[in-house]
Design a protein around this ligand. Sequence first.
Ligand SMILES: [Fe+2]
Ligand SMILES: [Fe+2]
Length: 470
Amino acid sequence: MPGIDYSQKIPNNVDLSSDKRLQRALEEWQPNYIEWWKSVGPTDFNTNDVYLRTAISVDKDGWAHFGYVKMPEYRWGIFLAEAVKDRTIGFGDLYGQPVWREVPGEHRNNLRRLIVTQADTEPASVEQQRLLGHTAPSLYDLRNLFQVNVEEGRHLWAMVYLLQTYFGRDGREEAEELLQRRSGNPDHPRILGTFNEPCEEWLSFFCFTMFTDRDGTFQLLALAESGFDPLARTCRFMLTEEAHHMFVGQTGVGRVIERTCEVMKQHPGKDPKAYGAIPLEIVQKWIYFWNSSSNDLYGAEVSSNSANFFGAGLKGRAYEDRYTEHKALDQSYSVDRFVEGKVKREEVALRNAMNEVLRDEYVKDNEKGIEYWNRITEKQGIDFRFRLPHRRFHRKIGEWAAGRFDIDGNPLDEATWQKRVGEWLPTDADRAFVKSLMKPVREAGKFASWIAPPAKGVDNRPADFEYVKL
Ligand SMILES: [Fe+2]
Ligand SMILES: [Fe+2]
């Protein structure tokens, strides 16, 4: 297993120089990628020094190197986690058989589809976040935004490597397409709904990294189990980067809450808006919105595709090794269905419920984030507790897209929904208010009125470190 070779045009730990054809294909794709970054990546800031981490090894410790980098010069590359010796497929019909180093012909289309769907989210999020640099609440946050952006760019590289290496001409075409779809473009949108939602202010950015990057994490956990070993190894390394994105989201929302609590204590009985803070009720609406949208990303509750992917060994469950039985045959799973306007519990074959099984893990993990935020209000002595919406709430995909549901999951008729939706989801006035707060703060160590400083800086640097040189 070679270490990461940074002397190459494309840094990698896959011995790229030994495959000239592949190296050439990726080197041809590289300028198109840079072109994409410059045209729909972060606007401006491409000539500024940003204090970024770069992967220097795929070991558990010491993989990150911190230093000032101009974003277009970031060393995007191809890094796979170390191969596990004699790894076997951990689930499905082929449980216990050796993993594949190449794509089995019969699974080619499904694997390509899984990889393209994951790949598409990576550039999409960079596009969604492209304007946020202009309104960053501090240099610390600006740096975190750019760190997330360059790593999502690298995740695209990771997936394009798989497409170009293992899927021939189709793979090359998909790699091009990935640079051509555009988030929010009605004619040529990104594949999944959430990745076409506007993300134009920082409360959305923090909720996105909390909830949507967490979806990404759970998808990667399921793909990291794949019998197609190059995919599994790619995803395992991506997961180490994803953890930071969720940290940015969870602590970002937490700092917004902390700041509002402080304002509420200083000015009891007054509207926090008057002091440039975001009311907790508004934060809650943003949570409802981004969490419900991200719930859609798991797909239909009952799905024959998910059964096929599992059976064939393509996509497993998150933390498959925590289960004692790995074939998931002759077992059932209780799933709520929406039948003639009524919620009805049904037993379905476990394999058909794999989307829901993954969503369950996701919901559980989100609950921990909610607890973290509620510890902040509790510690501050503020009588407000956050919650997740019920998973039926505000869904556009799957069983619940056919109806309307409140945040507790109770069915509503359309008229009631229309009357009450403004209590739960951001209204135009809420959005206008949040946007009105988005004024850039560019002095090191200073923070916008609506967010508290972080508990600690990046890489043991202080909060007033010059994370971006403007
Ligand atoms: Fe990613
Ligand atoms: Fe991410």
